[in-house]
Design a protein around this ligand. Structure first.
Ligand code: AHR
Length: 498
């Protein structure tokens, strides 16, 4: 495939928040994940130092918390201050000790240098409860909630800029689900109250690629909103845990940006595309496995609905399929960086996350290395590229459809603060190496290749078993039309240094 680009044809500067993360009070993401005071790796505040270090290495820019479905019956006031009472989390049907609350979350954000982003309870919660939370976090000392924060030992405001009103309140599975008209009304009242507390907050609200839901939301609240939130999981195995295989995952890469295209079209039609950005604030190739709990008929025994959640943490299942898919989606986010301002991988720790914890240490799954590659090796200015002779591959989707997808996925970038080019190149072919021809003049200098590939499409990482990592190689001096061989099932960044 021939790649052409002009370094002066810029799509835009991507926000670092495209590489954001999400963490929920679900299974071992918080308790026994990042927060584990009994762990030998725990610091003075109970956070796993090995996890914090891994989060810092991928420069986690923003962390959405506390849910997810969890938040839709969560009351934040029960999880601050000295008197913490355990509560029964009706979303996931477990007891939450409430020992990890807003102040612990802010500490986590400070330790990792990331922006906090709080999702509020628009299920059983009220506009007042949401805005009280903003008072607690952002007012200096006015009113009872800021004074309560000070009494809890936090003199300075937490300065939480990003707030979401609700989570998936459109879905029957969500506690406190709403109709589109109910949603528009509630979001408007909540947004009004939050902005009255702190006009500098940036607000988003739960949305989806449904035109009626979004028209109702945007007609009611477009003036208050800075973002619109959408979620997507492609391999929907919440109830079955039957992983799509490599070929089936490549089929999911067909039209990967459809949700972005649909929401962009609506924002444009409503003349809001210059005011409101997309927050893709939950995404992952695979849905989380939690059978018999988001269904009408709930599981009765813990064997039916609780213990199966451990199966999310089978490290052998996070292979090059996940890495290749993740890179293709990050490419899609970069290509749409003019309207997508944030995205949050769901989640960051355990479950389907890129970091896995166990008593002996952590495992950096295949997807972690993709974030490492994109955050630390790819530029922040996305360039317009075009190509000729793009190879395609025939794949069979999980639902049996036969389709053809591009075998190569390319995004070219440069840096705003240094010379050179960095090109992300994904070869989706399971067995075949593919050749890239760099058909552009302006670049010069030495060429380096940073590759994630593993030994096979089934390569994975686990404790004492590392197959997937970033490998560096030299490709010599750049020349027009230079050929770069890309390994089968590989994620690459090509550096052209000046
Ligand atoms: O499977 C986990 C859930 O996925 C999150 O809690 C929710 O936001 C999404 O439906």
């Amino acid at each position: 495939m021939k790649v052409f680009l002009n370094p002066d044809r810029e799509i835009g500067r991507r926000s670092p928040m495209l590489y954001g993360q999400f963490i929920e009070h679900f299974h071992r993401q918080i308790y026994g994940g990042v927060y584990d005071p009994q762990s030998p790796f725990a610091d003075e505040d109970g956070f796993r130092t090995d996890v914090l270090e891994a989060m810092r290495r991928i420069k986690m820019p923003i962390l959405r918390w506390p849910g997810g479905c969890f938040v839709s019956s969560y009351h934040w006031k029960n999880a601050v201050g000295k008197e913490r009472q355990p509560f029964f989390d009706k979303a996931w049907r477990v007891e939450d000790p409430n020992s990890f609350g807003t102040d612990e979350y802010i500490k986590l954000c400070r330790k990792t240098g990331c922006e906090p982003y709080i999702c509020t309870n628009a299920g059983t919660g009220t506009a007042e409860e949401m805005s009280d939370w903003v008072e607690y976090c952002n007012l200096e000392n006015e009113g009872k909630y800021a004074k309560w924060r000070i009494e809890n030992g936090y003199e300075q405001p937490h300065k939480v800029k990003y707030w979401s009103i609700g989570n998936e309140n459109y879905g029957f599975w969500e506690i406190g689900a709403k109709t589109a008209s109910e949603w528009g009304r509630l979001v408007k009242e909540a947004a009004k109250m939050i902005k009255h507390v702190d006009p500098t907050t940036e607000l988003t609200a739960a949305a989806l690629t449904d035109i009626h839901w979004n028209i109702e939301l945007l007609e009611n609240c477009g003036e208050f909103l800075d973002w619109i939130s959408i979620h997507e999981y492609w391999d929907g195995i919440h109830q079955t845990n039957d992983y799509a295989n490599y070929e089936q995952v490549m089929a999911y890469t067909d039209r990967l940006g459809h949700s972005i295209d649909e929401v962009r079209g609506l924002l444009t039609a409503m003349k809001l595309d210059k005011k409101i950005k997309i927050a893709f604030d939950e995404w992952n190739l695979r849905g989380w496995y939690h059978p018999n709990v988001h269904t009408i008929k709930q599981g009765v025994t813990r064997e039916e609905y609780l213990y199966p959640r451990d199966k999310n943490d089978d490290n052998t299942k996070y292979t090059m399929a996940d890495a290749v898919f993740t890179a293709c989606f990050l490419n899609e986010l970069n290509r749409n960086c003019d309207i997508v301002g944030m995205a949050n991988f769901a989640p960051v720790v355990n479950t389907r996350g890129c970091i896995y914890t166990c008593p002996e240490g952590i495992v950096l799954r295949s997807t972690y290395h993709v974030f490492d590659l994109y955050v630390n090796y790819l530029g922040d200015i996305v360039l317009d590229t075009w190509s000729k002779e793009t190879p395609s591959m025939k794949v069979k989707a999980k639902d049996g459809r036969e389709l053809s997808v591009d075998a190569l996925d390319i995004v070219a970038t440069k840096w705003s603060d240094r010379p050179g080019l960095a090109i992300a190149a994904v070869n989706k072919e399971p067995e075949e190496s593919l050749t890239l021809f760099l058909n552009f003049h302006s670049a010069k200098g030495n060429v380096k290749l940073f590759t994630i590939s593993g030994n096979s499409t089934e390569s994975y990482n686990d404790m004492g078993h590392e197959e997937v990592r970033i490998e560096e190689s030299e490709a010599g001096a750049f020349r027009m039309g230079m050929e770069i061989a890309l390994k089968a099932h590989s994620v690459n960044v090509i550096w052209i240094e000046e």
